[in-house]
Ligand binder design. Structure first.
Ligand SMILES: Cc1cc2nc3c(=O)[nH]c(=O)nc-3n(C[C@H](O)[C@H](O)[C@H](O)COP(=O)(O)OP(=O)(O)OC[C@H]3O[C@@H](n4cnc5c(N)ncnc54)[C@H](O)[C@@H]3O)c2cc1C
Length: 375
């Protein structure tokens, strides 16, 4: 049974989605604008800090509840749900590996949404193989100097801080460290946003670090601990993507079911043809399974148990479900599904990227199979 807190939070999210997000999503996605004010609204409502400690402005909610909130947001505005998940990921290294001083100094701004984050892991030549990254952090008298280029960074140019992974030694994956770089740091610059297939309100661009100097206090965790921090953050982040993909698939299914209940051909509603009814049934099964996999992984996480394999399963199952369900939803609407008069074609474009970011689905299979092999 959900707690009263959880029920209230989901209800609050639905209300914000209905009043604030739903009326704006179509125009904003067409105009490709970054909905900065929406993130402030979600922050003020306490929805950017759900799984983090109350002591620093969080809501101390189980991860399961946070993910259900992400699912709700995604069912209305996928770019914003992805943004919430990315932002949550940027706070994870400080919340889990930061010193008490770092938590006190940085977490309240992050959790209130006053400060929006970006997560700088990928590079032009280091995507799936993050251990091959070349962005380098070199010690200075009073801190560090960062040089290199990150790629595909969500919120690039809009974020107030950049949670960044950089090489501090040549020791492969053991030579990476984690830093929090202020958005106004000198030497930080941004390329033009990528021209993407979808998720148009999530600006993604390269971030260039040209001898960006930061204080010693901006190193998170130990030197050389970056790979461990990145992978641990990605386990949690993957669940955010799984929840968002589930919300997107649910939205597509709802629209398809409505249409199949109304539209008539051959003097019957199209949903009465078994060919289409079974398609809808398979879509429902896919969405329900997707939700079950992310909730299962979240419950393990909330119980303090290992959940890395289950997070990879959830990401794989939910994002493949989103791709299939959104594609089939276009089919249910026929020609109308292929037009911008309905959001289905957008959902389909948005689903595709969920199979690619936060570890492609091939990489999820690698993670899962490594857990299965005994030596
Ligand atoms: C819209 C968007 C937003 C993003 N946001 C962020 C962000 O905020 N921060 C960030 O750091 N990154 C971000 N990314 C980057 C994303 O995480 C990478 O695109 C992803 O990890 C894949 O890396 P790549 O694109 O370099 O592909 P590659 O690693 O070059 O992979 C290309 C293909 O090869 C396959 N492949 C690679 N290695 C293997 C293997 N060992 N076995 C089998 N197949 C393999 C992949 O699955 C893929 O199909 C974002 C990407 C997109 C598109």
């Amino acid at each position: 049974m959900p707690t009263d807190d959880a029920t209230d939070l989901i209800e609050l999210t639905r209300e914000i989605c209905r009043k604030d997000l739903a009326p704006r999503v179509d125009d904003a996605e067409r105009a490709r604008t970054f909905p900065e004010e929406t993130f402030r609204t979600l922050g003020r409502a306490g929805l950017l800090s759900l799984p983090y400690p109350e002591e620093f402005g969080g809501a101390d909610q189980p991860y399961e509840v946070y993910l259900q909130v992400v699912e709700e947001i995604a069912s209305v505005w996928m770019s914003v749900a992805v943004g919430v998940s990315v932002h949550s990921l940027t706070a994870y290294p400080i919340a889990s590996f930061g010193t008490p001083e770092q938590k006190e100094a940085l977490l309240p701004g992050m959790l209130s949404g006053e400060q929006l984050g970006a997560y700088c892991l990928s590079e032009p030549l280091a995507g799936s193989d993050i251990a091959s990254m070349t962005t380098r952090a070199t010690r200075t008298d009073d801190g560090w100097s960062l040089k290199g280029t990150k790629a595909w960074i969500s919120h690039a140019g809009h974020a107030d801080y950049y949670t960044t992974f950089a090489r501090t030694s040549d020791d492969g994956g053991r030579g990476l460290s984690t830093f929090v770089v202020p958005g106004h740091a000198e030497g930080l610059s941004f390329a033009d946003p990528e021209k993407k297939m979808g998720l148009h309100c999530d600006p993604v661009a390269q971030v260039m670090f040209d001898q960006v100097r930061i204080d010693e206090g901006r190193l998170v965790g130990h030197e050389g601990e970056g790979m461990h921090i990145a992978l641990s953050a990605l386990d949690a982040g993957r669940l955010g993507i799984a929840a968002a993909a589930t919300g997107l698939a649910q939205a597509a299914l709802d629209r398809a079911s409505e249409y199949a209940s109304e539209r008539e051909q051959f003097d019957r509603r199209i949903g009465d043809f078994q060919g289409l009814a079974f398609l809808l049934a398979d879509m429902e099964a896919a969405v329900t399974s997707a939700r079950a996999t992310y909730l299962h992984a979240a419950r393990l996480k909330d119980a303090g148990r290992g959940y890395s394999k289950e997070a990879a399963v959830a990401k794989l199952v939910a994002t493949d479900a989103a791709m299939r369900v959104t594609t089939d939803a276009v089919q249910v609407l026929g020609g109308a599904g292929y037009t911008e008069d309905f959001p289905l074609e957008r959902y389909m474009r948005e689903a595709k990227v969920t199979q690619i970011f936060e570890g492609t689905n091939q990489i999820q299979r690698l993670v899962i199979s490594r857990h299965l092999l005994t030596r």
